[in-house]
Design a protein around this ligand. Structure first.
Ligand code: BG6
Length: 467
């Protein structure tokens, strides 16, 4: 059997976010964010009525969690600073919020674990949303100010910085498809938001360079962006219309960000199609110069599922939004039925080859990958009460194997962070699908318990041999 290994100096770790783990939603001067607002206004929208307040108790248990990470042989993890915790409504540092992050980073250092810090994980402070959120250019400037404050505050503690996690998701889930609060369904609004987030990213990167020049950052600091690059595929024998669906789907979700972070510009063919459709982007004079600051040092790729599309059967949806593509059901697909996502480990290899060929200087790592399973408690060993999650081992092994093959074939991939190492709160899905190698027991005060898969993970993380 082919024995695959990962490079020695490989980041092997975990991914999480502030709003999904911290808890303490209204303590220490933390402001309300959109998740808190939605939870208070409409708790029925959350699975089992479990709202944003819960996290996974990380603020109280962070030392224990760092020990768990260390015990599994992991060398790094990513979390996010919550804008609503770090700054007050005047855009100044909230000392209590800053003290929590200083303590977390200190404890991580003490545990010998490198922290990757992301600045935004779908968590707009509500007072800024009420001023228009990402539809308002001033909020982009407020975000750039927040980023600058964070760089200055933690620049000597944190080496690896990221502006956004999955910047496509808010335009899609909040504005285009009525999935998340405020549940609008306007493609025009989604495009405004996507454009303005791109501007906010570029302004933040410019402020990062300012902080570097002013001596606030570590000498080997790096800035990046994390996106959910779902490799896009269509039918094996596509029509012209299928290829057009592929171009726009890939263009809006993948190339948009890849061009921004590697060239400091947006894909012109996509912009042209939007303009032909009458979409008005909030472009200001000299924005090309603003966007040119968007080039980063490296990127993270969150990979859960491929995206398979075909030509749409109609041009507009029920709200009059343009339809570029329809899902294509690949006859051979394998599903994670709990989440409704296709499992296709080779997708990460294809992404690696795309980067190697089209963006050869770009360094990247797998910043999220994982499998969430519903009613996992049914899979417990009756005697030990341990979750028997062999499917998680299969899932991660298959993905790591394709990552190792991609590296062997020239991909510039430098790490792997598993999403949801310790079960956490998943937005409106709350605790429906469990991702962790470590179970969080909601009935027992958030107690942590390793699942069966944890022993396997430890072996791979410590040996880098994909067994
Ligand atoms: C990514 C996000 O999209 O996927 C995470 O960055 C999220 O925040 C993860 O939790 C898994 O998706 P979900 O919807 O099952 O929680």
């Amino acid at each position: 059997m082919e024995q695959l290994t990962l490079p020695e100096n490989f980041f092997f770790g975990a991914a999480m976010s502030g709003p999904q783990t911290e808890g303490g939603w209204n303590v220490g001067g933390k402001l309300e964010n959109l998740w808190d607002t939605w939870s208070m206004e409409d708790i029925e929208s959350f699975y089992n009525r479990v709202g944003s307040y819960v996290g996974n108790d990380f603020m109280r248990r962070y030392k224990e969690d760092l020990e768990l990470l260390k015990g599994l042989g992991l060398n790094s993890y990513r979390t996010s600073i919550q804008w609503s915790r770090l700054l007050d409504e005047d855009g100044n540092i909230n000392p209590e919020g800053a003290a929590w992050y200083h303590e977390l980073f200190r404890a991580s250092k003490e545990a010998g674990i490198e922290v990757f810090v992301n600045l935004y994980h779908f968590d707009m402070p509500t007072y800024l949303f009420r001023r228009g959120g990402w539809q308002n250019r001033e909020v982009c400037e407020a975000y750039a100010n927040y980023a600058y404050k964070a760089f200055c505050e933690f620049g000597k503690e944190i080496r690896y910085w990221f502006t956004f996690n999955e910047p496509i998701v808010e335009p899609e889930n909040r504005y285009w498809h009525p999935i998340w609060y405020p549940q609008h369904h306007s493609f025009q609004e989604a495009c405004e938001v996507q454009y303005n987030i791109s501007i906010a990213h570029a302004l933040a990167v410019a402020n990062y360079h300012r902080a570097v020049a002013e001596g606030h950052m570590l000498d080997d600091a790096r800035i990046g962006m994390i996106c959910n690059f779902s490799p896009s595929y269509t039918k094996e024998d596509p029509s012209e219309a299928d290829l057009e669906a592929l171009r726009m789907n890939d263009g809006l979700t993948n190339r948009w960000w890849l061009d921004l972070v590697t060239k400091g510009e947006l894909p012109q063919d996509v912009i042209a199609t939007l303009q032909e459709l009458g979409i008005k982007l909030p472009i200001r004079p000299y924005d090309d110069q603003v966007l040119s600051s968007g080039v980063v040092d490296w990127i993270g790729c969150n990979y859960y599922q491929p995206c398979r599309v075909q030509a749409p059967s109609r041009n507009r949806d029920e709200w009059g939004n343009p339809l570029f593509a329809e899902p294509y059901v690949w006859p051979e697909r394998v599903m994670n039925e709990s989440r409704g996502w296709e499992i296709y480990p080779k997708g990460i290899y294809d992404f690696g080859m795309k980067c190697r060929d089209e963006y050869p200087d770009l360094e990247w790592f797998v910043s999220e990958n994982g499998i969430g399973i519903e009613r996992e408690y049914l899979n417990k060993d009756p005697e030990t009460q341990q979750v028997q999650d062999d499917y998680r081992v299969d899932f991660v092994r298959d993905h790591l194997s394709w990552i190792a093959r991609a590296i062997n074939d020239g991909a510039h991939c430098v790490g792997y962070h598993y999403w949801g190492l310790i079960d956490n709160w998943s937005w409106s899905n709350a605790y429906k699908n469990r991702y962790g190698f470590i179970e969080v027991d909601l009935m027992e005060n958030y107690d942590r318990r390793p699942k069966k898969s944890a022993a396997w993970l430890k072996q791979v993380a410590t040996t880098h041999v994909i067994a």
